[in-house]
Design a protein around this ligand. Structure first.
Ligand SMILES: Cc1cc2nc3c(=O)[nH]c(=O)nc-3n(C[C@H](O)[C@H](O)[C@H](O)COP(=O)(O)OP(=O)(O)OC[C@H]3O[C@@H](n4cnc5c(N)ncnc54)[C@H](O)[C@@H]3O)c2cc1C
Length: 485
């Protein structure tokens, strides 16, 4: 008889694990609390508008390619990818920077802003590429069991980069604040502020400028559909509307889960739900990490999100747009140092229908807006409305057009929804940040230290937040389960 694995949740990490485990001969069943799969990467279709509710940046295409190649497939077997040109646009109070799809284009844009900066940029990105090769091909493929995993001939040579910050390194080479913000932006994906992120993480800059920004036709949910289809091909069973209420343990070993008051037996339990929530499904004595532990971690931000249907095409915007027309430092202070609603927030605006006509009705625009905020903040309808007005006014001013009169509808999503929909700790949007003290073996473990045959995956464990790391997390935990039979 095949060993039976039950997986809690159906986000990217769970889907990834389900595919590997099924391929390696396990009998795999996924239980998802919501009525659709995909976790934070879910989708809303309304009046002909298609919205990705979570991730929208397709970075590190090599990781997706490797995932599908592990099953003898290619991404093109499931979805069509386009490299975006330009990749994105950054608005400042008096100017904007457009990031092209080649280094040459990006270098000329840097030169326009700061003479001589392209020389530094080429060197910076070449170093970042070296870090990318080490990080992606060596470091992140380790399960975070011991500090020795990080000690390789390559990392020893780079050890100083773990004790310098990305912020410090960027400032040594570039003086213009706009270029500094541009180069600090990619590490925001890791969930921490650049002044608290080791410079080794400049590999994110290579992911940005070196590998480019891509878009799957139809939106990010196409990746979820692809992984779901692959999992079904491999024999994985799925149950939606199935909230797991308990992880059952006997004599220190898990024997299964309880779903809708029904006991399901299993040889292994793998939770891809938020780690903190997963442990609350256990009796207190079986939990590895205390409330104090979680409270002291640096979490990635939560977000105030708006999904907007517009009855016209917009000008002066691209597919991805960053509004850095206020103080970057002050906003990160409001997220990490003194959690509070930012007075002058930076925000991100995504109009996928600028390049993908399938995402909105003819002559209309699909708009997605994100304001990063500290997790756990008060979340009220009044605050949401206030911030919607604020960013619409800024958008109109910066792009010189009337937008509010084109709004057909808008919906919002914030801290309370993250908690209710995903059982997210303090309503975090994308997990636990990757800082020096929260990297690799210093993150919550993939394998429970207290309960045999219980495992965890996803953005709160190894390697960290983001879609590509979630794919890797699913693979790493599957290897541990497979080796531990
Ligand atoms: C707004 C936003 C924007 C983002 N932008 C990007 C981006 O542009 N690019 C990028 O790479 N990454 C981005 N991310 C991060 C990325 O989406 C996540 O890192 C990734 O989707 C996390 O996957 P996961 O499997 O760890 O968890 P999740 O997707 O959270 O999956 C966990 C699943 O567990 C389910 N669950 C919880 N409790 C239970 C229970 N008791 N029983 C059953 N099921 C349960 C949840 O419903 C959920 O489906 C973004 C995230 C957000 C929220």
């Amino acid at each position: 008889m095949d060993k039976k694995v039950v997986i809690i949740g159906s986000g990217f990490s769970s889907l990834s694990a389900s595919c590997y485990l099924a391929k390696w001969g396990f009998d795999v069943t996924v239980y998802e609390k919501n009525s659709t799969i995909g976790g934070r990467a879910s989708q809303m279709v309304k009046d002909g508008f298609t919205f990705d509710l979570g991730p929208s940046w397709y970075w590190m295409p090599d990781i997706f390619d490797k995932f599908f190649a592990d099953f003898g497939k290619q991404t093109s077997d499931y979805y069509t990818l386009h490299k975006l040109s330009p990749a994105y646009k950054i608005f400042f109070s008096d100017d904007s920077i457009t990031i092209g799809d080649t280094m040459d284009k990006i270098c000329s844009e840097f030169e326009r802003i700061e003479k001589g900066s392209s020389v530094h940029l080429r060197k910076f990105i070449s170093d970042a590429q070296e870090n990318y090769d080490i990080a992606i091909n060596k470091v992140v493929l380790k399960p975070g069991l011991s500090p020795f995993e990080l000690i390789t001939t390559d990392t020893i040579q780079k050890v100083d980069q773990f004790f310098k910050t990305i912020s410090g390194e960027v400032r040594k080479k570039f003086k213009n604040p706009k270029l500094i913000s541009t180069l600090e932006f990619p590490v925001l994906f890791l969930g921490a502020k650049p002044s608290n992120t080791p410079s080794f993480y400049s590999f994110m800059n290579f992911a940005d400028f070196g590998l480019g920004t891509w878009h799957p036709e139809g939106g990010m949910y196409e990746i979820i559909k692809a992984m779901h289809a692959l999992a079904l091909e491999l024999g994985v069973n799925f149950h939606v509307d199935s909230p797991v209420g308990k992880i059952r343990v006997t004599n220190g070993k898990t024997i299964g889960i309880t779903v809708n008051d029904q006991d399901i037996d299993a040889d292994f339990v793998l939770s891809g739900a938020d780690y903190h929530h997963s442990e609350t499904l256990l009796e207190q004595k079986y939990r590895q990490y205390s409330e104090k532990y979680w409270d002291q971690r640096t979490f990635a931000p939560s977000s105030l999100l708006f999904y907007v249907g517009l009855n016209k095409k917009l000008k002066n915007v691209e597919h991805h747009n960053l509004f850095f027309d206020t103080d970057f430092e002050q906003h990160t202070y409001d997220i990490y140092d003194k959690p509070q609603w930012p007075k002058k927030p930076l925000f991100y605006a995504n109009f996928p229908s600028k390049t993908d006509l399938t995402m909105a009705p003819k002559n209309c625009e699909t708009g997605f807006f994100l304001i990063p905020i500290a997790p756990g903040l008060e979340d009220t309808p009044e605050l949401r409305e206030q911030y919607f007005d604020l960013i619409m006014k800024r958008l109109e001013a910066r792009t010189e057009q009337n937008i509010k009169d084109g709004i057909l509808f808008y919906e919002s999503f914030c801290v309370n929804d993250f908690i209710e929909k995903y059982n997210s700790y303090k309503g975090n949007a994308y997990g636990m940040a990757n800082t020096l003290t929260q990297t690799a073996f210093l993150r919550p473990k993939l394998k429970s230290k207290k309960v045999k045959n219980l495992y965890f995956t996803g953005q709160l464990t190894v390697p960290g937040p983001g879609v590509p790391p979630s794919l890797i997390s699913g693979k790493l935990v599957s290897e541990l389960i497979s080796n531990n039979q």
